[in-house]
Design a protein around this ligand. Sequence first.
Ligand SMILES: *Cc1c(COP(=O)(O)O)cnc(C)c1O
Length: 383
Amino acid sequence: MITEKHLKRFREVRTPFYFYDMDLLERTIEIVKKESARYGFNVHYAIKANANPVILKRIVSLGFGSDCVSGNEILRSLECGFPGHKIAFAGVGKSDNEILTGLKSDIFSFNVESLPELEVIDQLAGKEKKVARVALRINPNVEAFTHKYITTGIEESKFGINMWDLQPIIDFLGSAKNISLTGLHFHIGSQVKRFTPFKALCIKINEIQEWFNNRNIFPGHINVGGGLGIDYENPDVLPDFSGYFSLFDELLELRKGQQVHFELGRSLVGQAGSLITKVLYIKNGLQSDFVIVDAGMTDLIRPALYQAYHKIENLTSINTENSRYNIVGPICESTDSFGKFIELPETQRGDLLAIRSAGAYGEVMISNYNLRDKPGLVYSDKI
Ligand SMILES: *Cc1c(COP(=O)(O)O)cnc(C)c1O
C-alpha cells in the first residue's frame, strides 16, 4: 500500500525509482512458507526474477533455497546467505566456469538440459574430485498458455530434454563416475495464470516417473519448477498459493521418501514492487494524448519485450475527471510505451505515476541504453 507518508518521500527523491513494499513482500513469503510447509515441500526462490540483495536477504531469512541460471547468480545467492546445498542451477548454456562455480559451492543440483552438458559436468567434476548432483530437466510437452516468449515446456522449445532423447543419456549415466542422478526437473514456463497446465504437468510427471522406474532408476527428488503467475490487473491481490501447493500434493504420485522442490520467482516478489515515475510532458495525440514520463524501457522492459500489461495509477492527481492516455517513455524506440488508451484522472506535468506489479523481471532487466541513469531504489521500511 502506498500511503501519504510514502508519497511525501516520493516527492523528495529523484525519479524514476523502484519502490518496494517490504510488508507485502514479508506477507507473501510467509504465506508461501506456511502453505508449502504443510506438505513438507521445498521452495527455491528463482533469483532471476529479482536479485536485489535487500530482497534476497529477506527471502533467505525464511529458509528458502535459491534457483539460479548463471554462475553469478550462484555467487549472489551465496553472498546473501543461501547455503550451497539449497542452490539449484538451471540453464541450457552453462559455461565451464559456471559449472566450476557450482561444483566448488557443492550445490544441491545441476539441472541438466542435454547430453553434451552432462559429459562436460562429468569431466569437470572428475577434475575437481567431486561428484556432481544432477537432475535431468525433462521437457514434459505441456502447453503453459502464457505468452509465447515465456513458454518453455513444449517439444520445440530450446529448454529441457525430450523423452525420445533420454535413452542415450541414461546409457551415459550408467558409466559416468562423477555424476549422481538425484532428481527430475521440469519447468513449463512463466506467468501461468490457470492451474490446468500445472495439473497436466503432474500427470506427465507421474508417467515420466514410471518410465524411469521401469528402467530401475529411482530419482530422489522431483523439481516441478516455477511459473505461478500474478494478477497484473489487481496488484494488491496475491496468487492462490494454498490452492497451488495443494494441487501438487493431491496429484503427484510420490515414491517413498521422495522430496518435492519448487522454483518460484515472479509470484514471490512481483506484487511487492512498483516503478514510480514523474510526468514530464503532456503531448497532443490523434486519438488520445501522450503522457511522457521520465521512466522508460531501460527501467522496465516487460511491456516492450513481451507486450506485458502493468496497471498504472496516478498517485497525485486531484482531478475527478478521467481521460485516456498513451503512456510513453523518453527512449528513442516506438516500443517504449507502458500502455495505450489507459484511463487515468486528468494528468499533468509533475504528477507521479505508479507502474504496479513491477517487483519481478523489473529491476533485474535495467539497461543503460541511451546512456540512461539507473533508477533509484526506495524501501517502504526505510521511510
Ligand atoms: C525462470 C525460471 C523459474 C521461475 O519462473 P517464475 O515464472 O518467475 O516463477 C523457475 N525455474 C526455472 C528453471 C526458470 O528458468
